[in-house]
Design a protein around this ligand. Structure first.
Ligand SMILES: [Zn+2]
Length: 482
């Protein structure tokens, strides 16, 4: 067990905002938080080691509540397309992955996140056949992870009636419930034999991409294993159109009728829902994950954050894929979430406050990991997932040091040290959890191999793209006009 360690003198994020304090970490947990001089003196007496942290903010580690681990290797690939066309490329690349590639992707993403003050991440993972490699890599990163294993049996291009070139079609086979259930149990067993930092969730790709048989399997596995569920929901206008076809009142009403809406469910995006559908989610305490950078990059739309806030919905924040949202930068994500609701209303009293946004990136993210009340807050008894961020960095030095200053000016560059489960994974900007230089070298080699393996199919898809774009637009009259 780690010796009692005191992080002393930082501006600590708590119920009353940022205040100078001391945080005593014993083993994996926060043992005590001291605010007054007396309390902090007492903590110093209990500590075997003290880390002076003046000129720092101390926050619960940021939680990236929606992302796809494999995609970190796809930085720089096609992302100037709407989701339905973009997906053809990411699927094409995805088919070329092997265990080495998934491992390289997970570790590269972890290096970026640790440097950005992130301690927890959801990996919504399509490549369930490579789960062992992904889970082993996640263990090595030192981060806290929710690995959400994909479940789906309907492709977007089938839903949209798009005909793909045979070499890139790669349609999905119907789900085999017993084979999937056995595989899911295997993946769970692997994770449960690990450190406890890496958990498994069920990750239906999206409800419209799952057949009625897959919905039944979803419910069965959720209840059998008591796992959280993570999915995409109504990310694009096309999905909203498709959703209307599933049941007389649409997709979300069908999900409610089927018993799929519950408080262990997290829905990424939630852009194209009606008010009634948003109310249905709120009624069942479904968490919604806002991915503003990804939504803007793919032209998907802007999530109505104010509406979700009014309904009392728990909203968390995510960076999504590296080949959609770009950086896995939760500071950028927080700033976008802060700014976007300002468009369209000059009633500044209704704009979200920085404190709320920071809560979305920490405490609310913990809900998505299934760890509400365990991480995402700095309080005695919580697991010690923490990040120290410099207040005196060239980008952060300012007149005030409150939450507003933190969200407006914080950045990965100002993150100094990161702790997960009471262990430093980065100290004074040096990653300790793994050999970062080796990770970068390996990722570069794997990217080159992936590029080579996918070159021919990518050229075919490039050639077919104009026709596919036309067919996509024809399915959705008015799509391009709005
Ligand atoms: Zn996603």
């Amino acid at each position: 067990m780690n010796r009692p360690l005191l992080i002393d003198g930082a501006l600590v994020w708590g119920e009353a905002g940022f205040r100078a304090g001391g945080v005593l970490v014993e083993g994996e947990r926060i043992a005590a938080v001291g605010w007054t001089d007396d309390e902090r003196r007492d903590l110093r007496a209990r500590a075997a080691e003290t880390v002076p942290a003046d000129e720092h903010w101390l926050i619960p580690g940021l939680i990236d509540a929606h992302a796809h681990g494999y995609a970190t290797l796809l930085r720089g690939t096609e992302n100037s397309l709407p989701l339905e066309l973009w997906a053809l490329y990411t699927t094409l690349y995805g088919r070329a992955y092997d265990a080495r590639a998934i491992r390289a992707a997970v570790l590269l993403g972890a290096a970026e996140r640790i440097r950005g003050g992130v301690t927890g991440v959801i990996d919504h993972a399509p490549m369930v056949h490579l789960a062992e490699a992904a889970l082993a890599a996640h263990e090595q990163t030192g981060l806290r992870v929710g690995y959400a294993a994909f479940l789906h049996d309907i492709s977007d291009h089938d839903l949209l009636g798009m005909t793909l070139p045979p070499s890139v079609a790669g349609g999905l086979p119907p789900v085999d419930p017993s084979a999937y259930a056995a595989r899911f149990a295997e993946v769970l067993a692997v994770a449960r034999a690990g450190s406890g930092r890496v958990g498994v969730q069920l990750g239906p790709n999206a409800p419209q991409r799952c057949s009625p048989e897959a919905w039944a399997l979803w419910k069965t596995l959720r209840d059998r294993h008591g796992v959280n569920v993570h999915m995409h929901l109504m990310e694009t206008r096309a999905q909203a159109e498709i959703g209307k076809c599933r049941g007389p009142e649409g997709l979300v009403a069908e999900m409610e009728r089927f018993g799929l809406l519950e408080d262990g469910l997290a829905a990424a995006h939630g852009i194209w829902l009606s008010e009634v559908e948003r109310e249905r989610l709120a009624r069942h305490a479904v968490t919604v994950v806002h991915n503003p950078a990804s939504n803007l990059m793919l032209g998907s739309g802007i999530m109505p954050l104010s509406s979700y806030r009014d309904l009392g919905t728990t909203v968390a924040l995510g960076t999504d894929s590296a080949n959609t949202g770009g950086r896995h930068d939760m500071f950028e994500t927080m700033r976008l979430a802060l700014m976007l609701p300002r468009i369209g209303t000059s009633q500044h009293e209704t704009w979200p406050r920085a404190e709320e946004i920071l809560t979305m990136a920490t405490r609310n993210g913990a809900q998505v990991l299934g760890l509400g009340g365990q991480v995402g807050e700095i309080a005695a008894g919580r697991l010690a997932d923490l990040a120290l961020v410099r207040c005196d960095h060239p980008t952060t030095l300012g007149m005030r040091r409150d939450a507003s200053a933190f969200v407006q000016h914080g950045s990965p560059e100002a993150v100094d040290s990161v702790m997960v489960n009471g262990t430093w994974v980065m100290r004074e900007r040096r990653i300790l959890a793994f050999d970062e230089v080796a990770v970068l070298r390996e990722a570069e080699a794997v990217m080159a191999a992936l590029r080579e393996r996918t070159e021919a199919d990518r050229a075919l898809l490039d050639a077919a793209l104009p026709a596919l774009s036309q067919s996509f637009a024809a399915q959705l009259p008015g799509f391009r006009k709005t």
